[in-house]
Design a protein around this ligand. Structure first.
Ligand code: PGA
Length: 261
């Protein structure tokens, strides 16, 4: 972890919890757990619980020591006839962050590289922090295509951003085979991907690239997080399963703070 970049640890709650009251309870426990820890901690509940969660934690914040609130996706368009969708304006009323291009949305909702590009640019234009996800499938990894997939997805994701510096962009490297499998990547492999990501960002903006937090995601837990945070280009984590327990999530934030030095 680089001491110039503040750690970012985001919890992707996916389609959990089932009840609003549980979501609010978890949010409050996480907020209390991470209070004062010098990191940007973020919780990303299901869209339908965003407003309740946001209200319960005082609106959310991007400041270190506070708790940020994020959506798990959004529509790129500001308004229009898009049944079932949520606009960036709506997200921005309750949240500061938005996860974009998660592999589950690419897989189950036909999210494309071009669609992710439009959403990343729209999120940034609406003052949201885009957490753009990239990562290879198991078969792509076996075929030796990891670097090629990361490059294609990343170049697309940033293609419509006017600049990197000052955009508050976050990139999450999530190898798809590591998500929800208890089979996390090694620190070394995650660092190789993160270094590649930073090099590609630096091509378009050498100074801006140093500002961008790069997160590791995929079966990240309190037991393995320190291995990732020890790497120079990894600035935090995007946590799925382990973010549904306030204690585990807080522990991961604490490990990020410890590694930040
Ligand atoms: P996981 O999920 O930590 O449960 O593997 C990570 C993610 O999908 O963002």
């Amino acid at each position: 972890m680089n001491e110039l970049r503040m750690p970012v640890v985001a919890g992707n709650w996916k389609m959990n919890p089932s009840r609003s009251a549980e979501a609010v309870g978890l949010a409050v426990s996480v907020r209390d757990g991470v209070a004062g820890l010098p990191a940007r901690s973020v919780i990303c509940p299901p869209t339908i619980w965003l407003a309740a969660v946001s209200a319960a934690v005082g609106g959310g914040s991007r400041e270190p020591g506070g708790i940020g609130v994020g959506a798990q996706t959004m529509r790129a368009e500001e308004a229009g006839a898009y049944t079932g969708e949520t606009s960036p304006v709506m997200v921005a009323e309750a949240a500061q962050y938005v996860i974009l291009g998660h592999s589950e949305r690419r897989q189950y909702d036909n999210e494309t590289d071009a669609g992710v590009a439009a959403k990343v640019a729209s999120a940034a234009a609406h003052g949201l922090v885009p957490i753009a996800c990239v990562g290879e499938l198991a078969e792509e990894r076996r075929a030796g295509l990891t670097a090629a997939v990361i490059e294609r997805q990343l170049r697309a994701a940033i293609s419509l951003l006017p600049r990197i510096a000052g955009t508050s962009l976050v990139i999450a490297y999530e190898p798809v085979w590591a998500i929800g499998t208890c089979d996390a990547a090694s620190g070394e492999d995650a660092q190789a991907a993160a270094a590649q990501i930073r090099a590609i960002l630096a091509e378009s903006d050498p100074t801006g690239a140093d500002e961008v937090p790069i997160l590791y995601g995929g079966s990240c837990t309190p037991d393995n997080a320190a291995e990732f945070f020890a790497e120079p280009d990894i600035d935090g984590a995007l946590v799925g399963g382990a973010s549904l327990n306030a204690e585990s999530f807080t522990r991961i934030v604490q490990l990020a703070v410890d590694a930040h030095g």
